[in-house]
Design a protein. Structure first.
Length: 295
């Protein structure tokens, strides 16, 4: 599985890896992120079991799966917040798992992160939230910081909200301000952690459009972690579906839509029962009802 070898869906149909498959405006000659043999556990719980992933440069790559399958953990591993138990993670040719603190911080400055909660600083205005990374990591003069902040806010449609405090923002506006902050340092890559969670249909549509437009207009690489199937598939160049520590399927949105695996279809179509059972394992109801003297 990955850019250097053929992989197969459960029904045996071979496809190329992410870096081989992306075409059109987002086409890229190489991988920005290359993961090989990734294993990671929390105590006895296996999160990833020898997983291979490629993230094509310049593309929008979706990582999807049910809640609790390690999607956010994957972003933390890519950004070096967590270290794998085994395997390798390369970002722009650098081995993340072996970098020292200084080199890791330098690499992280080239990554933007849109947190699930937005994570705006509540005591700072919209303007100052977006300006924060510029003031922390550059020596730009105040006039240049102002111009850059206004440009980033213009890109997300919120230049007019620059003086508002986070408490005055709707959920969708807060997420867009967080996105403006994520692109403040012109990163090579943005990591989106469940960007559509809790959004109304209009806000969700705005975010979907912004992610695609910013990726293409700025030459970014985007990793979108989500379980919102329709919205994510509409903007993804390539998709991975993960569960039980493994990649269950991978391919373009069209390839995933054609996948006949029962597990993949249950997830993509939102079916209430299937390989992932509705009923939690238990004795038969009749046997349970006949047990006496149990509270």
């Amino acid at each position: 599985m990955g850019g250097q070898q053929s992989t197969q869906f459960p029904d045996g149909v071979p496809i190329g890896g992410a870096c081989d498959t992306v075409s059109g405006p987002a086409a890229a000659p190489d991988c920005l992120v290359r993961i090989r043999g990734l294993s990671f556990s929390r105590g006895a719980q296996v999160i990833f079991d020898r997983v291979d992933l490629d993230i094509a440069r310049g593309a929008v790559t979706a990582v999807m799966g049910p809640s609790g399958t390690g999607k956010t953990t994957l972003l933390k591993l890519i950004s070096g917040q967590l270290r794998p138990d085994a395997g390798s993670i390369e970002v722009d040719g650098e081995p993340v798992e072996t970098l020292g603190r200084s080199a890791l911080y330098k690499l992280r400055r080239r990554m933007g992160m849109l947190f699930q909660s937005g994570a705006l600083l509540t005591d700072l205005s919209v303007f100052d939230n977006v300006a924060y990374p510029l003031r922390e990591h550059t020596k730009l003069n105040p006039a240049m910081v102002r111009k850059l902040v206004l440009l980033k806010l213009e890109a997300v449609g919120l230049r007019g909200a620059r003086d508002l405090m986070p408490s005055a923002l709707s959920g969708g506006m807060a997420r867009r301000v967080a996105l403006a902050r994520a692109i403040a340092l012109d990163p090579m890559m943005i990591l989106y952690d469940e960007p559509f969670t809790g959004q109304d249909p209009i806000s969700m549509g705005v975010l979907v459009t912004l992610i695609r437009q910013l990726n293409d207009a700025s030459g970014l690489t985007s990793i979108v972690v989500s379980h919102d199937v329709r919205e994510t598939a509409s903007i993804a160049d390539y998709m991975y579906i993960i569960s039980n520590g493994k990649v269950m399927a991978q391919g373009t949105p069209a390839q995933i839509a054609a996948e006949r695996s029962e597990w993949v279809r249950q997830f993509m179509d939102g079916l209430p029962d299937g390989p992932v059972h509705f009923q939690y394992p238990a004795p038969s109801l009749a046997a349970d009802l006949l047990v006496r003297g149990v509270g």
